[in-house]
Design a protein around this ligand. Structure first.
Ligand SMILES: [Zn+2]
Length: 288
């Protein structure tokens, strides 16, 4: 009997220990893609935001640090494994939460936030944090920044010359349909022209989410967006309803062209509807 009791206790203790081990192991690792000796992309599942980690002899620069709520300490620990240099700057490709969520965390650790507001700021030209000083310091770190208007009114493109790579935020997306709602088709076109002026045939183009791409894929994305707007425009003119458009064969075929990762259910139905509605809004405001 005593032996049986001892045995049961051992089993319970063993189960508790393995449960504790399992919960400790719950923190999933990040996905890391090494683009060059001085550039990594860190991704986590929550938002799937492509977080850039740029490393130099004197500083680390982060691009769009949003790993998911409550993962900032983990992200910081991961960055420290990649770079011993302090995080000097955090650059945001735009101000949406899924790209700026880690700003406060890294600001408290001493990083300067760089977004389109900071780049446009004229008031503090003499201070250490003036836009000119920040730009020139970033240039020394091999980073070139350009402002465009497509996904938002404040999109920033960030190229890292040593890696021949450019972070384009959500101006281009390899895992979703285009969201060119601030600039319309004209904004998308001129933003892609700017991306192309900053890159060459072998450049790596890093979208805000999804796999990296090259010029050819971004050009196909542009052509598909033009075809999409043209078709929605035609159907809208012929008074085809949103519901009818959602069932239209050509609309569905065009939508699938954005499904470059070939996922089984590309986007939820409500997102599909919203995409058509917002395209109609763009057409109605003459932005196309
Ligand atoms: Zn995003």
């Amino acid at each position: 009997m005593l032996f049986k009791l001892f045995f049961t206790c051992c089993v319970v203790l063993f189960s508790l220990l393995s449960y504790a081990n399992k919960s400790e192991a719950k923190v999933a690792p990040f996905e890391i893609a090494k683009l060059s000796e001085s550039l990594y992309i860190v991704t986590d599942n929550d938002y799937g935001t492509n977080i850039g980690v740029v490393i130099s002899d004197s500083a680390t620069v982060l691009i769009d640090p949003m790993p998911g709520e409550g993962r900032f300490n983990d992200l910081h620990a991961q960055i420290k494994l990649l770079s011993k240099q302090p995080i000097k700057y955090v650059i945001n490709t735009h101000r949406h939460e899924d790209h700026t969520g880690g700003n406060d965390f890294f600001k408290k650790l001493g990083a300067t936030i760089v977004d389109s507001d900071v780049l446009e700021s004229q008031t503090t030209q003499d201070s250490e944090n003036s836009s000119n000083k920040i730009r020139s310091h970033l240039t020394k770190l091999g980073l070139m920044l350009s402002q465009v208007k497509s996904h938002t009114y404040n999109d920033v493109l960030v190229s890292h010359q040593a890696s021949n790579a450019i972070f384009v935020g959500d101006v281009f997306d390899n895992s979703w349909h285009p969201t060119f709602y601030a600039g319309g088709l004209a904004g998308l076109n001129s933003s892609i022209d700017t991306i192309f002026s900053m890159t060459n045939k072998s450049s790596i183009i890093v979208p805000g989410h999804g796999k990296t791409a090259n010029k050819e894929l971004v050009d196909a994305f542009r052509m598909n967006t033009i075809a999409w707007v043209k078709l929605v425009s035609k159907l809208h003119k012929n008074q085809v309803s949103i519901d009818e458009m959602m069932n239209d064969k050509n609309i569905n075929e065009l939508l699938q062209r954005f499904n470059t990762e070939n996922t089984h259910t590309f986007i939820p139905q409500n997102a599909f509807r919203r995409f058509i509605e917002r395209t109609v809004e763009i057409i109605a405001t003459g932005q196309k």
